[in-house]
Design a protein around this ligand. Structure first.
Ligand SMILES: NC(=O)c1ccc[n+]([C@@H]2O[C@H](COP(=O)([O-])OP(=O)(O)OC[C@H]3O[C@@H](n4cnc5c(N)ncnc54)[C@H](OP(=O)(O)O)[C@@H]3O)[C@@H](O)[C@H]2O)c1
Length: 282
């Protein structure tokens, strides 16, 4: 107990903890979570190595998060539909200054479309074969409709938003939750949005999908057994291709994915079962 107090006291004074506080969690809660997780981030202490599966790692938030989490010594499993970008991320992570001969086996990047239930089933099979059950899954893959009033959004575009943002997450949960239940542990993060909690003109399909992500997350939280947690995470406003699609040139005023990723990684790596059902913001 004394030791725990000492650790909590130490990490509430690190810059990593201050960053987490800005993410909406108190420094003390984040510190306690870090202790409960059996590891610390920042402050020079080494965190327990985790396996983190992130969907949509070819660009934007997913890529920045994958790079940040790998930099911290964790093992990353990533997927997207662009093989070329997956290959380039694999080389980036396996040929950096901190890479070793085992780096190429540490991370796993797979071509998978979250909209395809059978594709996600195959993803789960390969992940189990090569890495086992992930400790954390970040359901990040997403898409947005081109700015338009709802009645001007083509049916295929509306469907693509729902198929990716909502049904894509459901596909991931369908195939990975039973594996986590068997292991009796697992943290699931569903990428939501400010527009999953508020509304805006021209992005009704996207808002509908993210409000649905919030509802789905809270329902599933009530179904999970002890030892597991699922949360909805609003990442904030970050300058990615998706933001450029809806904000145009003013997206340049917002933070870059690389500056966002350390705060997001602090938060995601420190989630615990106590967070089950929460709607959080970076
Ligand atoms: N940027 C923001 O300000 C912001 C704000 C609120 C919420 N978000 C949420 O954060 C998440 C990431 O957004 P972002 O801004 O990084 O978007 P982005 O730059 O457009 O990147 C989206 C990623 O999702 C992948 N993806 C899309 N459809 C997929 C599919 N069917 N299967 C697998 N991967 C797929 C894309 O890869 P491929 O195309 O290569 O498959 C890409 O890697 C999204 O859920 C978004 O709604 C972002």
């Amino acid at each position: 107990m004394k030791n725990q107090y000492f650790i909590v006291h130490q990490i509430t004074n690190t810059s990593s903890c201050k960053k987490t506080s800005r993410c909406g969690k108190s420094g003390m809660t984040a510190a306690l979570n870090a202790v409960m997780n059996g590891g610390l981030t920042g402050g020079g202490a080494v965190a327990a190595q985790k396996t983190v599966l992130i969907t949509g790692v070819s660009r934007g938030l997913g890529k920045a998060l994958a790079v940040e989490i790998a930099k911290r010594g964790h093992s990353v499993i990533g997927c997207s539909r662009s093989q070329e970008k997956l290959d380039s991320l694999q080389s980036e992570l396996c040929s950096g200054p901190s890479s070793s001969s085992s780096s190429s086996e540490k991370h796993l990047f797979l071509n998978a479309d979250v909209c395809s239930n059978s594709g996600v089933q195959e993803l789960a099979r390969v992940v189990m074969e090569k890495k086992g059950v992930p400790d954390i899954i970040v359901n990040n893959a997403g898409t947005i409709n081109k700015n338009n009033r709802l009645w001007e959004v083509p049916e295929e575009e509306f469907n693509a938003v729902i198929d990716t943002n909502l049904k894509g997450i459901a596909n991931m949960l369908r195939h990975f939750i039973p594996l986590m239940i068997e292991k009796k542990q697992g943290i699931l993060v569903n990428m939501s949005s400010g527009w999953g909690r508020s509304a805006a003109a021209q992005v009704a399909p996207y808002c509908a999908s993210k409000w649905a992500v919030e509802g789905l997350t809270k329902s599933v939280a009530k179904e999970l057994p002890a030892g597991m947690a699922i949360v909805a995470l609003n990442p904030g406003v970050i300058n990615t291709e998706m933001l450029q699609s809806c904000f145009g040139s003013s997206s340049g005023m917002y933070q870059a994915p690389d500056s966002w990723a350390p705060k997001a990684a602090d938060m995601i790596l420190n989630l615990t079962v106590a967070d089950n059902g929460a709607s959080l913001s970076v």
